[in-house]
Design a protein around this ligand. Sequence first.
Ligand SMILES: Nc1nc2c(ncn2[C@@H]2O[C@H](COP(=O)(O)OP(=O)(O)O)[C@@H](O)[C@H]2O)c(=O)[nH]1
Ligand SMILES: [Mg+2]
Length: 238
Amino acid sequence: MQLSIVVPVRNEEENILPLLAEIHAALQDREFEVVYVDDGSSDATAQRLAEAMKTYARLRVISHRESCGQSTALLTGVRAARGEWIATLDGDGQNDPADIPKLMAARESAPDITLFAGYRKARRDTWLKRISSRIANGVRSRLLGDATPDTGCGLKLFRRATFLELPYFDHMHRFLPALVQRHGGATISVPVNHRPRTRGVSNYGVLDRLWVGIVDLAGVAWLQRRAKRPQVSEVRRP
Ligand SMILES: Nc1nc2c(ncn2[C@@H]2O[C@H](COP(=O)(O)OP(=O)(O)O)[C@@H](O)[C@H]2O)c(=O)[nH]1
Ligand SMILES: [Mg+2]
């Protein structure tokens, strides 16, 4: 299979069915599967997903008994996925599934790229979230030199095999371009649509993200310093 759409969700009961309908409308009869990872939701997310499985034959649902966070849910989904390429989306409907074909088209014209990162040029969030995100993205891109204006965008397209070789840690999903580059892969940003959240509530606050962000940034900078990229060749049998 060429493409798996991986959607990590926690407590997104109202967004499951509308987003699935949009994903299917956007991809129509391309070959794909959708893998939802229910990260220990305590609302009716699991029931909505069970209902949806009756309608959507391409939908697979994996669940964590307890919530482990978005990065871990993403890893669970990528491990379970069967596609060579993974497209990820936030489960709250803020990313537009119609951008997935756009990322696929970018991939067709840039075959050497390993990761395409969505770039929310016009973010539809509260001013506090927009400003804190702009500062965090500025500090991160300067410190890590990853040439990526927006790493927090849930919409990305990347090679499954590469992702599985990256160092895993909680919150790593916000550092994917730097981690892919460290691994030797090339990444680019693609402007994508962003929409206001119309259903459900945000799982993240500004301060909690700030503190883990500082620790993670130091961790990723350390990983970069410790990177080695050998040029490997196999010796021919004489
Ligand atoms: N698996 C998992 N997903 C989460 C968690 N927190 C947020 N998400 C998902 O991450 C996406 C973005 O989260 P959201 O709360 O909308 O953050 P915001 O858009 O930055 O306000 C949504 O799809 C959420 O369902 C979590 O603890 N576990
Ligand atoms: Mg959101």
